[in-house]
Design a protein. Structure first.
Length: 316
């Protein structure tokens, strides 16, 4: 969530609107310990508390990488229809042996058919290449340096069929230029990666993040009118309309705070952060500065602010 990937660790450097067939090869899998409960969200969980059944189709496997930026950890998802002999995996997360074993067990004996990335920040993607290699299946990502050569192209509207379900690729640049959400029409649900979190708000990181794109991508997700969101971190979102509206309002409020601080005489991103985020843990200030810089870039492009090196001045 907080660190941009620079290419797949340990590796060398479908047309839009069309269905992309996925013919993956199987990986050995064993049944998950315990009996997952049906229902959404499940009141009961498998014996392993890191694994939760969030719907008939979706199982959450929580990665062991908690931090102030990743909340409880990265949400890895195993998606499969009842009766399907295969499953797909979204965001394998870190290359942690126990986590990988939990993901494999959570397929409940199914063969893994496809691996998807929402984006290539390392907390989501660091273990993805090795995981896909172990499974012998395609890895799909908007950043083709991470995707395998047989991975489906994630153009807008591309339909991915694996695990007995259909997912639509929904490119959502903003948090990162290569960010992609996935629409699960069978549930009217969206896998949102770091675009929308289960708690708090996401960082739009300068220079890779783009605030204009981020706000436009919020509208893209809103246009699907989802009934639930499966986030990359944090709990299930059961009121997407309110959450998306709050996210947009938060960004516009933050933009107004940036303008107010500039009019008060602050000129550098660090000065702006100290004023705007005075009540936030100072350990998070470096991440907040990335977000403030993204706001400043948008304001410069909008003509509301002039840039003079590291100094920013209201245009009027």
């Amino acid at each position: 969530m907080s660190a941009a990937g620079e290419g797949p660790p340990g590796t060398p450097e479908g047309p839009e609107g069309r269905e992309v067939p996925v013919d993956g090869l199987p990986v050995a899998a064993v049944p998950v310990d315990g009996t997952p409960a049906d229902g959404t969200p499940a009141d009961e969980t498998p014996a392993d508390e890191a694994v939760r059944r969030w719907s008939e189709l979706v199982t959450l496997v929580l990665a062991p990488n908690p931090s102030p930026m990743t909340l409880e950890g990265t949400n890895t998802y195993v998606v499969a229809a009842p009766g399907s002999r295969t499953a797909l995996v979204i965001d394998p997360g870190p290359p942690d042996f126990d986590h990988v074993e939990r993901v494999v067990r959570s397929t409940q004996g199914r063969m893994i058919e496809l691996v998807l990335l929402t984006h290539t920040h390392l907390d989501h993607a660091e273990g993805a290449v090795a995981f896909a290699e172990r499974a012998g299946v395609p890895l799909a990502a908007i950043d083709r340096d991470w995707a395998t050569s047989d991975g489906p192209v994630l153009g807008r509207g591309a339909v991915l069929r694996a695990g007995g379900v259909a997912l639509e690729a929904v490119p959502t640049p903003g948090h990162a230029p290569d960010h992609c959400c996935y629409w699960l029409g069978a549930e009217r649900a969206m896998f949102t990666g770091d675009h929308i979190l289960g708690r708090g708000t996401t960082v739009v990181e300068w220079p890779g993040g783009d605030m204009r794109d981020y706000l436009a991508s919020l509208e893209t997700v809103r246009s699907y009118r989802p009934s639930r969101l499966y986030p990359g971190h944090g709990p299930l979102v059961t009121d997407p309309a309110t959450t998306i509206a709050d996210y947009a309002a938060h960004r516009l409020e933050r933009e107004a705070q940036v303008m107010e601080a500039l009019r008060a005489g602050d000129r550098t991103p660090a000065e702006l952060v100290r004023r705007i985020y005075a009540d936030v843990d100072p350990r998070l200030h470096p991440f907040a500065e990335l977000s403030v810089r993204a706001h400043l870039v948008k304001l410069v492009r909008d003509g509301a602010v002039r840039e003079d090196g590291e100094r920013f001045i209201p245009a009027a």
